[in-house]
Design a protein around this ligand. Sequence first.
Ligand code: 4NP
Length: 158
Amino acid sequence: MAVSVLFICLGNICRSPLAEGVFAALVEAEGLPIQVDSCGTSRYHVGESPDPGSVRVALAHGVDIRHQRARQLLPPDVERFDYLICMDRSNERHVRAVAGDKRVWRLREFEPQPGGAPDVPDPWGGGADGFAEVYRIVDRCCRRLLSQIVEDHGLTPA
Ligand code: 4NP
């Protein structure tokens, strides 16, 4: 059975779609048996495409997230996914209230840079610089998260 990873933010239009796309590209490049998805804790943007800022910064790095559609976290998700990866402490509180403490992480717990902040900042409604910063954080933390999962499960290319 494939290991499964769910990225979670508030709206599922800015941060978690970018994390899903970046992480899925890393997984695919290495041919690993890992399933990837994302969702939001809110239903504000259910059914919408990712924010143009996230689409643009992803495409600039060769990752296409235009097929994604926002959805809300569902109760079965907390049973179904092995890793529930939250973008900030507010999402984490929400997910822990539903899922308990097992399998819940914040993406920046995998921050390789010393002195990193606890949250992936919310770029919604801001300019391209905010989305570029989110991309850099997501990219470096997703690489470290992937190494951790590979180590935890002794994964090898499928
Ligand atoms: P996200 O960004 O959680 O990274 O998708 C946001 C999107 C929408 C809202 C807040 C954050 N909102 O309040 O509608």
